[in-house]
Design a protein around this ligand. Structure first.
Ligand code: SF4
Length: 62
């Protein structure tokens, strides 16, 4: 799977990074970004949980 953070929607809460630290990282702008694409199979479950947990629905699977 491939993921993308829609920066306009991200509020920098850090939930995705806490849930899937291998996939998401808060950047210097305080907003999240995907640090691996495609997401390794071993991290897909965490990634899906992060997508569901994002309060602003800012993470899209591509
Ligand atoms: S969970 Fe959503 S709003 Fe929070 S940092 Fe991640 S992408 Fe941004």
């Amino acid at each position: 799977m491939q993921v993308k953070v829609i920066k306009d929607n991200c509020i920098g809460c850090g939930a995705c990074q806490a849930i899937a630290p291998n996939v998401f990282e808060l950047g210097d702008d305080g907003l999240s970004k995907a640090i691996v694409n495609p997401v390794p199979e071993a991290d897909e479950d965490d990634c899906k949980e992060a997508i569901e947990s994002c309060p602003t629905d800012a993470i899209k699977e591509e």
